[in-house]
Design a protein around this ligand. Structure first.
Ligand SMILES: Cc1cc2nc3c(=O)[nH]c(=O)nc-3n(C[C@H](O)[C@H](O)[C@H](O)COP(=O)(O)OP(=O)(O)OC[C@H]3O[C@@H](n4cnc5c(N)ncnc54)[C@H](O)[C@@H]3O)c2cc1C
Length: 518
Protein backbone atom coordinates (compact mmCIF):
# COMPACT_ATOMS: atom_id res chain seq x y z
CA UNK A 1 0.00 0.00 0.00
CA UNK A 2 1.27 3.45 -0.88
CA UNK A 3 1.11 6.45 1.35
CA UNK A 4 0.23 9.83 -0.01
CA UNK A 5 3.88 10.86 0.44
CA UNK A 6 5.70 8.15 -1.46
CA UNK A 7 2.98 8.04 -4.03
CA UNK A 8 3.77 11.60 -4.84
CA UNK A 9 7.04 10.38 -6.28
CA UNK A 10 5.34 7.80 -8.44
CA UNK A 11 2.70 9.95 -10.01
CA UNK A 12 1.23 13.38 -9.72
CA UNK A 13 -2.16 12.11 -8.65
CA UNK A 14 -3.61 9.09 -6.94
CA UNK A 15 -7.03 7.64 -6.65
CA UNK A 16 -8.39 6.39 -3.40
CA UNK A 17 -11.29 4.14 -2.86
CA UNK A 18 -13.89 5.37 -0.45
CA UNK A 19 -14.59 1.76 0.58
CA UNK A 20 -17.90 1.82 2.39
CA UNK A 21 -18.92 5.36 3.23
CA UNK A 22 -17.90 8.46 1.30
CA UNK A 23 -17.51 10.42 4.46
CA UNK A 24 -14.99 7.99 5.97
CA UNK A 25 -11.35 8.92 5.72
CA UNK A 26 -10.10 6.93 2.74
CA UNK A 27 -6.97 4.81 2.59
CA UNK A 28 -4.59 5.28 -0.29
CA UNK A 29 -4.61 2.20 -2.41
CA UNK A 30 -2.52 0.95 -5.27
CA UNK A 31 -3.73 2.03 -8.65
CA UNK A 32 -5.54 -0.90 -10.14
CA UNK A 33 -8.89 0.28 -11.42
CA UNK A 34 -9.56 0.35 -15.17
CA UNK A 35 -10.57 4.01 -14.82
CA UNK A 36 -7.18 4.78 -13.45
CA UNK A 37 -5.28 2.81 -16.03
CA UNK A 38 -6.96 4.72 -18.82
CA UNK A 39 -6.06 7.97 -17.09
CA UNK A 40 -2.47 6.90 -16.67
CA UNK A 41 -2.20 6.16 -20.36
CA UNK A 42 -3.24 9.67 -21.21
CA UNK A 43 -6.56 11.20 -22.14
CA UNK A 44 -8.40 8.74 -24.33
CA UNK A 45 -9.59 9.11 -27.86
CA UNK A 46 -13.21 8.17 -28.53
CA UNK A 47 -12.37 4.46 -27.98
CA UNK A 48 -14.86 4.44 -25.15
CA UNK A 49 -15.29 1.37 -23.01
CA UNK A 50 -18.99 0.77 -22.77
CA UNK A 51 -19.89 1.52 -19.23
CA UNK A 52 -21.41 -1.30 -17.31
CA UNK A 53 -23.84 1.24 -15.90
CA UNK A 54 -25.22 2.67 -19.13
CA UNK A 55 -26.44 6.25 -19.00
CA UNK A 56 -29.99 6.21 -17.66
CA UNK A 57 -30.87 8.44 -14.72
CA UNK A 58 -30.68 5.45 -12.40
CA UNK A 59 -27.30 4.40 -13.68
CA UNK A 60 -25.94 7.96 -13.47
CA UNK A 61 -26.92 7.88 -9.81
CA UNK A 62 -25.27 4.51 -9.30
CA UNK A 63 -22.08 5.70 -10.98
CA UNK A 64 -22.11 8.90 -8.95
CA UNK A 65 -21.97 7.06 -5.67
CA UNK A 66 -19.60 4.28 -6.73
CA UNK A 67 -16.88 6.30 -8.38
CA UNK A 68 -13.44 6.68 -6.86
CA UNK A 69 -12.14 10.00 -5.58
CA UNK A 70 -9.30 11.53 -7.54
CA UNK A 71 -6.53 13.17 -5.52
CA UNK A 72 -3.99 15.50 -7.04
CA UNK A 73 -0.83 15.72 -5.00
CA UNK A 74 1.68 17.52 -7.21
CA UNK A 75 2.26 21.19 -6.43
CA UNK A 76 0.25 23.57 -8.58
CA UNK A 77 2.18 25.09 -11.49
CA UNK A 78 3.47 28.68 -11.30
CA UNK A 79 1.11 29.87 -14.00
CA UNK A 80 -2.04 27.83 -13.45
CA UNK A 81 -5.03 27.79 -15.79
CA UNK A 82 -8.57 27.09 -14.66
CA UNK A 83 -11.27 25.51 -16.83
CA UNK A 84 -14.72 27.01 -16.29
CA UNK A 85 -17.51 24.88 -17.72
CA UNK A 86 -20.50 27.20 -18.15
CA UNK A 87 -20.68 30.80 -19.34
CA UNK A 88 -23.70 32.03 -17.37
CA UNK A 89 -23.49 34.81 -14.79
CA UNK A 90 -21.66 32.61 -12.24
CA UNK A 91 -19.06 31.26 -14.68
CA UNK A 92 -18.38 34.67 -16.24
CA UNK A 93 -17.88 36.42 -12.92
CA UNK A 94 -15.73 33.55 -11.70
CA UNK A 95 -13.49 34.09 -14.76
CA UNK A 96 -13.40 37.88 -14.26
CA UNK A 97 -12.51 37.58 -10.59
CA UNK A 98 -9.80 35.00 -11.33
CA UNK A 99 -8.37 37.49 -13.80
CA UNK A 100 -8.38 40.19 -11.12
CA UNK A 101 -6.40 37.77 -8.98
CA UNK A 102 -3.94 37.15 -11.84
CA UNK A 103 -5.19 33.66 -12.73
CA UNK A 104 -5.81 32.58 -16.32
CA UNK A 105 -8.96 30.73 -17.28
CA UNK A 106 -10.87 29.30 -20.22
CA UNK A 107 -14.67 29.52 -20.26
CA UNK A 108 -16.48 26.78 -22.18
CA UNK A 109 -20.12 27.37 -23.02
CA UNK A 110 -22.71 25.65 -25.16
CA UNK A 111 -24.34 28.93 -26.29
CA UNK A 112 -24.70 29.08 -30.08
CA UNK A 113 -25.86 32.71 -30.21
CA UNK A 114 -23.87 34.02 -27.26
CA UNK A 115 -22.87 33.59 -23.66
CA UNK A 116 -25.16 34.00 -20.67
CA UNK A 117 -27.08 30.74 -20.15
CA UNK A 118 -30.28 31.77 -18.37
CA UNK A 119 -29.56 35.43 -19.21
CA UNK A 120 -31.10 34.69 -22.58
CA UNK A 121 -32.29 37.33 -25.08
CA UNK A 122 -34.00 36.51 -28.35
CA UNK A 123 -33.94 39.12 -31.12
CA UNK A 124 -36.04 38.74 -34.26
CA UNK A 125 -35.93 41.75 -36.59
CA UNK A 126 -36.85 44.69 -34.36
CA UNK A 127 -38.38 42.47 -31.69
CA UNK A 128 -36.36 41.84 -28.54
CA UNK A 129 -37.38 39.46 -25.75
CA UNK A 130 -35.56 38.63 -22.53
CA UNK A 131 -36.68 35.04 -22.34
CA UNK A 132 -35.30 34.08 -18.91
CA UNK A 133 -33.93 36.61 -16.40
CA UNK A 134 -36.04 39.80 -16.59
CA UNK A 135 -34.25 42.13 -14.18
CA UNK A 136 -32.10 41.82 -11.08
CA UNK A 137 -31.88 43.33 -7.65
CA UNK A 138 -28.75 44.12 -5.67
CA UNK A 139 -28.30 43.62 -1.96
CA UNK A 140 -24.66 42.55 -1.64
CA UNK A 141 -22.06 45.35 -1.49
CA UNK A 142 -19.51 43.56 -3.67
CA UNK A 143 -22.11 42.89 -6.33
CA UNK A 144 -23.27 46.50 -6.00
CA UNK A 145 -19.76 47.73 -6.88
CA UNK A 146 -19.77 45.61 -10.00
CA UNK A 147 -23.24 46.77 -11.00
CA UNK A 148 -22.17 50.41 -10.52
CA UNK A 149 -19.26 49.71 -12.86
CA UNK A 150 -21.62 48.20 -15.44
CA UNK A 151 -23.90 51.20 -15.05
CA UNK A 152 -21.05 53.59 -15.73
CA UNK A 153 -20.17 51.62 -18.84
CA UNK A 154 -23.78 51.86 -20.01
CA UNK A 155 -24.36 48.11 -19.88
CA UNK A 156 -27.14 48.22 -17.29
CA UNK A 157 -29.51 50.81 -15.89
CA UNK A 158 -32.21 51.00 -13.28
CA UNK A 159 -35.64 50.20 -14.55
CA UNK A 160 -38.15 52.92 -13.69
CA UNK A 161 -41.29 51.13 -14.77
CA UNK A 162 -44.01 50.03 -12.39
CA UNK A 163 -44.13 46.39 -11.39
CA UNK A 164 -46.37 44.64 -8.90
CA UNK A 165 -48.76 41.78 -8.41
CA UNK A 166 -51.64 40.98 -10.72
CA UNK A 167 -54.56 38.92 -9.53
CA UNK A 168 -57.18 37.20 -11.64
CA UNK A 169 -59.74 39.65 -12.96
CA UNK A 170 -57.23 42.45 -13.56
CA UNK A 171 -56.51 43.49 -9.98
CA UNK A 172 -53.07 45.06 -10.06
CA UNK A 173 -51.18 45.99 -6.87
CA UNK A 174 -48.03 47.97 -7.60
CA UNK A 175 -44.93 47.48 -5.46
CA UNK A 176 -44.35 50.86 -3.91
CA UNK A 177 -41.29 50.36 -1.82
CA UNK A 178 -39.42 48.13 -4.22
CA UNK A 179 -35.62 48.27 -4.22
CA UNK A 180 -33.94 49.38 -7.45
CA UNK A 181 -34.32 46.89 -10.26
CA UNK A 182 -31.63 46.67 -12.90
CA UNK A 183 -31.96 45.64 -16.51
CA UNK A 184 -29.38 45.18 -19.25
CA UNK A 185 -29.90 48.04 -21.70
CA UNK A 186 -29.97 45.87 -24.82
CA UNK A 187 -31.21 42.66 -23.25
CA UNK A 188 -29.60 40.32 -20.76
CA UNK A 189 -27.49 38.41 -23.26
CA UNK A 190 -25.64 41.54 -24.40
CA UNK A 191 -24.57 42.11 -20.81
CA UNK A 192 -23.20 38.56 -20.66
CA UNK A 193 -21.43 38.98 -23.99
CA UNK A 194 -19.89 42.31 -22.93
CA UNK A 195 -18.54 41.18 -19.58
CA UNK A 196 -15.37 39.53 -20.88
CA UNK A 197 -14.76 41.91 -23.78
CA UNK A 198 -11.81 43.64 -22.13
CA UNK A 199 -10.25 40.65 -20.48
CA UNK A 200 -6.73 39.55 -21.26
CA UNK A 201 -6.37 36.38 -19.19
CA UNK A 202 -9.65 34.74 -20.23
CA UNK A 203 -10.24 32.59 -23.27
CA UNK A 204 -13.78 31.79 -24.36
CA UNK A 205 -14.60 28.61 -26.27
CA UNK A 206 -18.14 28.59 -27.65
CA UNK A 207 -20.24 26.81 -28.72
CA UNK A 208 -18.70 23.88 -26.95
CA UNK A 209 -20.30 21.14 -24.89
CA UNK A 210 -17.77 19.61 -22.54
CA UNK A 211 -18.67 15.95 -22.33
CA UNK A 212 -15.86 14.61 -20.19
CA UNK A 213 -13.28 15.69 -17.65
CA UNK A 214 -10.44 13.26 -16.92
CA UNK A 215 -7.48 13.50 -14.56
CA UNK A 216 -4.11 12.77 -16.07
CA UNK A 217 -0.61 13.62 -14.96
CA UNK A 218 -1.64 16.18 -12.38
CA UNK A 219 -4.04 18.03 -14.68
CA UNK A 220 -7.69 17.91 -15.72
CA UNK A 221 -8.14 17.05 -19.39
CA UNK A 222 -11.36 18.28 -20.94
CA UNK A 223 -12.96 16.96 -24.07
CA UNK A 224 -16.00 17.48 -26.23
CA UNK A 225 -17.26 14.20 -27.66
CA UNK A 226 -13.74 12.82 -27.89
CA UNK A 227 -12.16 16.09 -29.11
CA UNK A 228 -9.45 17.25 -26.72
CA UNK A 229 -10.21 20.75 -25.39
CA UNK A 230 -7.14 21.39 -23.24
CA UNK A 231 -5.59 20.62 -19.89
CA UNK A 232 -6.10 22.59 -16.70
CA UNK A 233 -4.84 22.86 -13.14
CA UNK A 234 -8.33 23.18 -11.68
CA UNK A 235 -11.89 22.89 -12.91
CA UNK A 236 -15.03 24.87 -12.20
CA UNK A 237 -18.47 23.39 -12.82
CA UNK A 238 -20.55 26.51 -13.48
CA UNK A 239 -23.72 24.76 -14.61
CA UNK A 240 -26.19 22.35 -13.09
CA UNK A 241 -28.92 19.86 -13.86
CA UNK A 242 -28.81 16.75 -15.99
CA UNK A 243 -25.72 17.87 -17.90
CA UNK A 244 -23.67 18.41 -14.77
CA UNK A 245 -24.84 15.13 -13.24
CA UNK A 246 -23.71 13.24 -16.34
CA UNK A 247 -20.37 15.03 -16.46
CA UNK A 248 -19.69 14.36 -12.79
CA UNK A 249 -20.96 10.78 -12.70
CA UNK A 250 -17.59 9.32 -13.71
CA UNK A 251 -15.19 12.18 -13.10
CA UNK A 252 -13.59 10.93 -9.89
CA UNK A 253 -15.33 13.58 -7.78
CA UNK A 254 -17.93 11.66 -5.74
CA UNK A 255 -18.44 14.34 -3.09
CA UNK A 256 -18.93 17.10 -5.63
CA UNK A 257 -21.19 14.81 -7.67
CA UNK A 258 -23.25 13.93 -4.62
CA UNK A 259 -23.90 17.58 -3.77
CA UNK A 260 -24.92 18.29 -7.34
CA UNK A 261 -27.31 15.32 -7.30
CA UNK A 262 -29.12 16.77 -4.30
CA UNK A 263 -30.20 19.82 -6.24
CA UNK A 264 -33.84 20.00 -7.33
CA UNK A 265 -34.84 22.24 -10.20
CA UNK A 266 -38.20 23.55 -11.36
CA UNK A 267 -39.42 23.65 -14.94
CA UNK A 268 -40.99 26.76 -16.43
CA UNK A 269 -42.59 27.45 -19.79
CA UNK A 270 -41.84 30.75 -21.50
CA UNK A 271 -44.24 32.22 -24.04
CA UNK A 272 -42.92 35.09 -26.13
CA UNK A 273 -45.56 37.11 -27.94
CA UNK A 274 -45.53 40.34 -29.95
CA UNK A 275 -48.68 42.40 -30.52
CA UNK A 276 -49.47 45.23 -32.93
CA UNK A 277 -51.36 47.07 -30.22
CA UNK A 278 -50.68 47.56 -26.52
CA UNK A 279 -52.24 44.93 -24.27
CA UNK A 280 -55.40 46.21 -22.58
CA UNK A 281 -54.00 46.55 -19.07
CA UNK A 282 -56.33 46.89 -16.09
CA UNK A 283 -57.59 50.22 -14.78
CA UNK A 284 -57.25 53.67 -16.26
CA UNK A 285 -53.56 53.75 -15.70
CA UNK A 286 -51.63 56.63 -17.18
CA UNK A 287 -48.51 54.55 -16.61
CA UNK A 288 -49.19 50.94 -17.58
CA UNK A 289 -47.26 48.36 -15.63
CA UNK A 290 -44.05 47.06 -17.07
CA UNK A 291 -44.16 43.71 -15.34
CA UNK A 292 -46.32 41.74 -12.95
CA UNK A 293 -46.03 38.66 -10.77
CA UNK A 294 -49.31 36.95 -11.56
CA UNK A 295 -51.09 35.35 -8.62
CA UNK A 296 -53.69 32.60 -8.48
CA UNK A 297 -53.44 31.54 -12.11
CA UNK A 298 -51.86 28.19 -12.82
CA UNK A 299 -50.53 28.82 -16.30
CA UNK A 300 -48.94 32.26 -15.74
CA UNK A 301 -46.62 33.46 -12.98
CA UNK A 302 -45.03 36.51 -14.64
CA UNK A 303 -45.73 38.87 -17.50
CA UNK A 304 -43.19 41.45 -18.63
CA UNK A 305 -43.30 44.09 -21.35
CA UNK A 306 -39.85 43.97 -23.00
CA UNK A 307 -40.54 46.85 -25.35
CA UNK A 308 -41.44 49.22 -22.55
CA UNK A 309 -38.61 48.00 -20.33
CA UNK A 310 -35.92 48.37 -22.97
CA UNK A 311 -37.16 51.65 -24.44
CA UNK A 312 -37.29 53.39 -21.07
CA UNK A 313 -40.33 55.34 -22.14
CA UNK A 314 -44.10 55.07 -21.71
CA UNK A 315 -45.03 55.56 -25.33
CA UNK A 316 -43.60 52.65 -27.19
CA UNK A 317 -44.16 50.13 -29.92
CA UNK A 318 -45.44 48.57 -32.01
CA UNK A 319 -44.54 45.75 -31.89
CA UNK A 320 -45.23 45.24 -28.18
CA UNK A 321 -43.06 42.33 -27.11
CA UNK A 322 -44.15 40.43 -24.01
CA UNK A 323 -42.60 37.55 -22.09
CA UNK A 324 -44.99 35.33 -20.15
CA UNK A 325 -43.76 32.64 -17.77
CA UNK A 326 -45.81 29.72 -16.45
CA UNK A 327 -45.85 28.67 -12.82
CA UNK A 328 -43.47 25.91 -11.76
CA UNK A 329 -46.39 23.55 -11.09
CA UNK A 330 -47.72 24.09 -14.63
CA UNK A 331 -44.18 23.51 -15.94
CA UNK A 332 -43.92 20.26 -14.05
CA UNK A 333 -47.29 18.95 -15.20
CA UNK A 334 -46.61 19.79 -18.83
CA UNK A 335 -42.96 18.76 -18.95
CA UNK A 336 -41.57 17.26 -22.17
CA UNK A 337 -37.98 16.95 -23.49
CA UNK A 338 -37.05 20.62 -23.92
CA UNK A 339 -34.87 19.95 -26.98
CA UNK A 340 -37.73 18.24 -28.76
CA UNK A 341 -41.09 19.78 -27.87
CA UNK A 342 -43.98 18.03 -29.63
CA UNK A 343 -45.92 20.59 -31.65
CA UNK A 344 -49.21 19.49 -30.02
CA UNK A 345 -47.74 20.25 -26.58
CA UNK A 346 -46.41 23.60 -27.76
CA UNK A 347 -49.84 24.53 -29.10
CA UNK A 348 -51.64 23.38 -25.95
CA UNK A 349 -49.25 25.28 -23.69
CA UNK A 350 -49.63 28.40 -25.82
CA UNK A 351 -53.42 28.29 -25.64
CA UNK A 352 -53.45 27.67 -21.89
CA UNK A 353 -50.99 30.46 -21.25
CA UNK A 354 -52.91 32.96 -23.38
CA UNK A 355 -56.08 31.96 -21.52
CA UNK A 356 -54.18 32.60 -18.28
CA UNK A 357 -53.12 36.05 -19.52
CA UNK A 358 -56.73 36.92 -20.38
CA UNK A 359 -57.88 35.74 -16.98
CA UNK A 360 -55.16 37.75 -15.25
CA UNK A 361 -56.03 40.91 -17.15
CA UNK A 362 -59.76 40.43 -16.58
CA UNK A 363 -60.48 40.04 -20.29
CA UNK A 364 -63.13 37.88 -21.84
CA UNK A 365 -61.93 34.52 -23.06
CA UNK A 366 -60.74 34.74 -26.64
CA UNK A 367 -60.76 38.54 -26.70
CA UNK A 368 -56.99 39.03 -26.73
CA UNK A 369 -55.89 40.40 -30.12
CA UNK A 370 -54.00 37.88 -32.25
CA UNK A 371 -50.26 38.29 -31.76
CA UNK A 372 -48.01 38.87 -34.78
CA UNK A 373 -45.33 36.58 -33.36
CA UNK A 374 -45.30 33.78 -30.78
CA UNK A 375 -42.84 31.23 -29.55
CA UNK A 376 -42.95 28.78 -26.66
CA UNK A 377 -39.92 27.39 -24.93
CA UNK A 378 -39.47 25.12 -21.95
CA UNK A 379 -36.83 25.87 -19.33
CA UNK A 380 -36.51 22.26 -18.17
CA UNK A 381 -33.95 23.14 -15.49
CA UNK A 382 -35.26 26.60 -14.66
CA UNK A 383 -34.67 27.49 -11.03
CA UNK A 384 -33.43 25.71 -7.92
CA UNK A 385 -36.00 24.75 -5.31
CA UNK A 386 -33.41 23.88 -2.66
CA UNK A 387 -29.98 25.14 -1.70
CA UNK A 388 -27.02 24.38 0.55
CA UNK A 389 -26.91 28.11 1.33
CA UNK A 390 -23.16 28.40 0.87
CA UNK A 391 -21.48 30.59 -1.76
CA UNK A 392 -19.46 27.82 -3.38
CA UNK A 393 -18.32 24.21 -3.09
CA UNK A 394 -14.69 23.20 -3.49
CA UNK A 395 -12.98 19.82 -3.42
CA UNK A 396 -9.27 20.54 -2.88
CA UNK A 397 -8.19 16.92 -3.49
CA UNK A 398 -9.84 16.89 -6.89
CA UNK A 399 -9.07 20.60 -7.48
CA UNK A 400 -12.62 21.22 -8.62
CA UNK A 401 -15.29 23.65 -7.50
CA UNK A 402 -18.92 24.42 -8.21
CA UNK A 403 -20.56 27.81 -8.57
CA UNK A 404 -24.07 28.76 -9.61
CA UNK A 405 -27.21 30.48 -8.45
CA UNK A 406 -28.47 27.40 -6.55
CA UNK A 407 -25.68 27.51 -3.98
CA UNK A 408 -27.19 30.65 -2.48
CA UNK A 409 -30.64 31.11 -3.92
CA UNK A 410 -32.32 31.63 -7.25
CA UNK A 411 -31.34 34.88 -8.92
CA UNK A 412 -28.66 36.55 -10.97
CA UNK A 413 -27.32 38.13 -7.80
CA UNK A 414 -26.95 34.70 -6.17
CA UNK A 415 -25.15 33.40 -9.28
CA UNK A 416 -22.83 36.43 -9.31
CA UNK A 417 -21.85 36.13 -5.64
CA UNK A 418 -21.26 32.42 -6.06
CA UNK A 419 -18.95 32.91 -9.05
CA UNK A 420 -16.97 35.66 -7.28
CA UNK A 421 -16.61 33.58 -4.11
CA UNK A 422 -15.39 30.49 -5.89
CA UNK A 423 -12.83 32.53 -7.84
CA UNK A 424 -11.40 34.00 -4.65
CA UNK A 425 -11.33 30.60 -3.03
CA UNK A 426 -9.55 28.98 -5.99
CA UNK A 427 -7.09 31.87 -6.27
CA UNK A 428 -6.20 31.41 -2.58
CA UNK A 429 -5.90 27.67 -3.05
CA UNK A 430 -3.65 28.01 -6.09
CA UNK A 431 -1.52 30.56 -4.25
CA UNK A 432 -1.02 27.98 -1.50
CA UNK A 433 0.46 25.67 -4.13
CA UNK A 434 -2.30 23.18 -3.44
CA UNK A 435 -0.16 21.74 -0.66
CA UNK A 436 -2.57 22.21 2.26
CA UNK A 437 -5.78 20.76 0.81
CA UNK A 438 -7.44 20.24 4.20
CA UNK A 439 -7.70 24.00 4.66
CA UNK A 440 -9.63 24.50 1.44
CA UNK A 441 -12.46 22.00 1.57
CA UNK A 442 -15.81 23.83 1.37
CA UNK A 443 -19.41 22.72 1.27
CA UNK A 444 -18.82 19.05 0.42
CA UNK A 445 -21.10 17.84 3.19
CA UNK A 446 -23.44 20.81 3.58
CA UNK A 447 -27.13 19.94 3.92
CA UNK A 448 -29.74 21.51 1.69
CA UNK A 449 -32.87 23.40 2.67
CA UNK A 450 -35.90 24.41 0.59
CA UNK A 451 -35.97 27.76 -1.20
CA UNK A 452 -38.91 30.15 -1.06
CA UNK A 453 -39.58 33.03 -3.41
CA UNK A 454 -41.27 33.86 -6.66
CA UNK A 455 -41.45 31.20 -9.35
CA UNK A 456 -38.81 33.13 -11.30
CA UNK A 457 -36.44 33.85 -8.43
CA UNK A 458 -35.76 35.55 -5.15
CA UNK A 459 -35.56 39.32 -5.04
CA UNK A 460 -34.99 40.91 -1.63
CA UNK A 461 -37.58 43.61 -1.12
CA UNK A 462 -39.90 42.23 -3.79
CA UNK A 463 -41.44 39.58 -1.62
CA UNK A 464 -44.58 38.06 -2.89
CA UNK A 465 -46.71 39.37 -0.08
CA UNK A 466 -50.06 40.71 -1.09
CA UNK A 467 -50.78 41.99 2.41
CA UNK A 468 -47.75 44.25 2.36
CA UNK A 469 -48.57 45.34 -1.13
CA UNK A 470 -52.20 46.05 -0.36
CA UNK A 471 -51.24 47.91 2.80
CA UNK A 472 -48.80 50.08 0.87
CA UNK A 473 -51.32 50.75 -1.82
CA UNK A 474 -53.97 51.69 0.71
CA UNK A 475 -51.42 53.89 2.46
CA UNK A 476 -50.55 55.81 -0.71
CA UNK A 477 -54.16 56.08 -1.71
CA UNK A 478 -55.04 57.42 1.73
CA UNK A 479 -52.25 59.97 1.64
CA UNK A 480 -53.07 61.05 -1.85
CA UNK A 481 -56.74 61.49 -1.04
CA UNK A 482 -56.11 63.49 2.12
CA UNK A 483 -53.63 65.70 0.29
CA UNK A 484 -55.86 66.22 -2.71
CA UNK A 485 -56.77 69.71 -1.65
CA UNK A 486 -53.22 70.83 -1.12
CA UNK A 487 -51.90 72.95 -3.95
CA UNK A 488 -48.73 70.88 -4.21
CA UNK A 489 -48.10 67.17 -3.84
CA UNK A 490 -44.66 67.55 -2.32
CA UNK A 491 -45.77 66.14 1.03
CA UNK A 492 -47.10 63.08 -0.67
CA UNK A 493 -43.80 62.54 -2.36
CA UNK A 494 -41.88 62.89 0.90
CA UNK A 495 -44.14 60.45 2.64
CA UNK A 496 -43.77 57.92 -0.10
CA UNK A 497 -40.03 58.32 -0.22
CA UNK A 498 -39.92 57.47 3.43
CA UNK A 499 -41.06 54.00 2.35
CA UNK A 500 -37.71 53.74 0.64
CA UNK A 501 -39.40 53.93 -2.73
CA UNK A 502 -37.92 54.69 -6.07
CA UNK A 503 -38.76 58.24 -7.19
CA UNK A 504 -39.85 57.62 -10.72
CA UNK A 505 -41.67 54.48 -9.79
CA UNK A 506 -43.61 56.36 -7.15
CA UNK A 507 -44.41 59.19 -9.53
CA UNK A 508 -45.55 56.69 -12.13
CA UNK A 509 -47.75 55.15 -9.53
CA UNK A 510 -49.17 58.49 -8.48
CA UNK A 511 -49.84 59.22 -12.11
CA UNK A 512 -52.00 56.13 -12.18
CA UNK A 513 -54.12 57.35 -9.26
CA UNK A 514 -57.17 59.54 -9.81
CA UNK A 515 -55.43 62.67 -8.48
CA UNK A 516 -53.70 65.63 -9.98
CA UNK A 517 -49.94 65.24 -9.77
CA UNK A 518 -47.72 68.23 -10.24
C1 LIG B 1 -37.65 31.55 -16.67
C2 LIG B 1 -36.61 32.17 -15.78
C3 LIG B 1 -36.77 33.48 -15.35
C4 LIG B 1 -35.83 34.06 -14.50
N1 LIG B 1 -35.97 35.35 -14.12
C5 LIG B 1 -35.04 35.93 -13.34
C6 LIG B 1 -35.11 37.30 -13.03
O1 LIG B 1 -36.00 38.02 -13.46
N2 LIG B 1 -34.14 37.82 -12.22
C7 LIG B 1 -33.10 37.06 -11.74
O2 LIG B 1 -32.25 37.60 -11.01
N3 LIG B 1 -33.00 35.77 -12.05
C8 LIG B 1 -33.92 35.19 -12.85
N4 LIG B 1 -33.80 33.88 -13.21
C9 LIG B 1 -32.67 33.13 -12.66
C10 LIG B 1 -31.36 33.48 -13.34
O3 LIG B 1 -31.54 33.45 -14.73
C11 LIG B 1 -30.31 32.46 -12.89
O4 LIG B 1 -30.26 32.49 -11.48
C12 LIG B 1 -28.90 32.75 -13.41
O5 LIG B 1 -28.92 33.14 -14.75
C13 LIG B 1 -28.07 31.49 -13.22
O6 LIG B 1 -26.75 31.68 -13.68
P1 LIG B 1 -25.72 30.46 -13.60
O7 LIG B 1 -24.40 30.96 -14.05
O8 LIG B 1 -25.80 29.86 -12.25
O9 LIG B 1 -26.25 29.33 -14.58
P2 LIG B 1 -26.67 29.37 -16.13
O10 LIG B 1 -27.13 30.71 -16.54
O11 LIG B 1 -27.61 28.24 -16.30
O12 LIG B 1 -25.30 29.08 -16.90
C14 LIG B 1 -24.81 27.79 -17.15
C15 LIG B 1 -24.20 27.74 -18.53
O13 LIG B 1 -23.46 26.53 -18.68
C16 LIG B 1 -23.68 26.02 -19.96
N5 LIG B 1 -23.39 24.58 -19.94
C17 LIG B 1 -24.13 23.59 -19.40
N6 LIG B 1 -23.50 22.41 -19.56
C18 LIG B 1 -22.36 22.66 -20.23
C19 LIG B 1 -21.29 21.85 -20.71
N7 LIG B 1 -21.27 20.53 -20.51
N8 LIG B 1 -20.27 22.43 -21.38
C20 LIG B 1 -20.26 23.78 -21.58
N9 LIG B 1 -21.24 24.60 -21.14
C21 LIG B 1 -22.27 24.05 -20.48
C22 LIG B 1 -25.15 26.35 -20.23
O14 LIG B 1 -25.45 26.30 -21.61
C23 LIG B 1 -25.24 27.76 -19.64
O15 LIG B 1 -24.87 28.71 -20.62
C24 LIG B 1 -34.70 33.30 -14.09
C25 LIG B 1 -34.52 32.00 -14.55
C26 LIG B 1 -35.47 31.44 -15.41
C27 LIG B 1 -35.25 30.05 -15.94
Amino acid sequence: MLTAGNHLLASSFVLYFPCSKLSKRPTFTFLTSPTLRSSMDGPKKPTRRRSSYGSSRKSVLKKTFKQEQVTFTAPVSDDPVVAIIGGGMSGLLCALQLEKRGVRSTVFDTGIHGLGGRMGTRSIDEMVFDHAAQFFTVSNSVFRELVDEWSQKGLVRQSQGVIGELEAGGHFFPFLSSPPRYIAVNGMRTLADSLLSQSSLIEVVRPCWISSIEPYNGMWHLSENGKHRGQFDATVIAHNGKCANRLLSSSGLPLIARQMKRLDLSSIWALLAAFEEPLPLPGKTVAPFEGAFVKGIDSVSWMGNNTQKLSNSQNVGPPHCWTFFSTASFGKRNKVPQENIPSATAEKVKQLMFAGVENALGLETGSLKKPIYTRVQLWGAALPTNTPGIPCIFDPLGRTGICGDWLLGSSLEAAAISGLSLANHIADFLKSGGLRPDEFSVGLHKDFHPLQGHDIGQFPGLESNKDICEAEFAFVKAISLTKLHFPCCFDVRLSINSLNGNDTCVWNLLASLPIAVS
